[in-house]
Structure formats: structure tokens, C-alpha cells
Write a protein that binds this ligand. Structure first.
Ligand code: FES
Length: 84
């Protein structure tokens, strides 16, 4: 089991899952869901290494530092705290 959380809410997901559904529950906005629009950008506050590596789409969209596209990353395990 893995967990995506914000300052005041958390959602559990299975290890290896996409985080789209959990982030929708947390209130992250989505549009294209294929890594092309940038609407779902989140910043990782804690647990960055628990996400899978940057996808090609994220690199093209210029993600760097703690920034990720929520429609692109999967959670490997553990807890990731995000803000958006
Ligand atoms: S929803 Fe468009 S990049 Fe994630």
C-alpha cells in the first residue's frame, strides 16, 4: 500500500499504481491526462523517490526539481506528500 497526501487529506493506492484517481480525490485538476497540457502539475513536498522516474512527456514539459505531472507518475511505495 502507498499513500498520496496533501496538508489535510490523504488517499491510499496500491504500490505501482497511477496516481491520477488519488490526485483527483485530493483536488488536483486534470485535462489531457497524456502529459501534454501541464494542468496536473504538482510539487512533491516529501517522498520524491517513491515516484517512478520522469517520463519522456514530463521531460518535454520541462518538469524539474520537485515538479511532476500527476497524470504521468506512478507511486512505487510509501508516502508522497504533494502540493498544487
Ligand atoms: S492532465 Fe495534461 S499533462 Fe497531466
Amino acid at each position: 500500500m502507498a499513500t498520496i497526501k496533501t496538508e489535510n487529506k490523504e488517499v491510499n493506492v496500491n504500490n505501482g499504481d497511477s496516481i491520477i484517481k488519488a490526485c483527483e480525490e485530493l483536488g488536483v485538476p486534470f485535462d489531457c491526462k497524456v502529459g501534454a497540457c501541464g494542468v496536473c502539475k504538482i510539487d512533491v513536498v516529501e517522498g520524491f523517490d517513491n515516484f517512478t522516474p520522469l517520463t519522456e512527456e514530463e521531460k518535454i514539459m520541462g518538469m524539474e526539481g520537485q515538479g511532476r505531472l500527476a497524470c504521468q507518475c506512478k507511486i512505487k511505495q510509501g508516502i508522497v506528500k504533494i502540493k498544487f
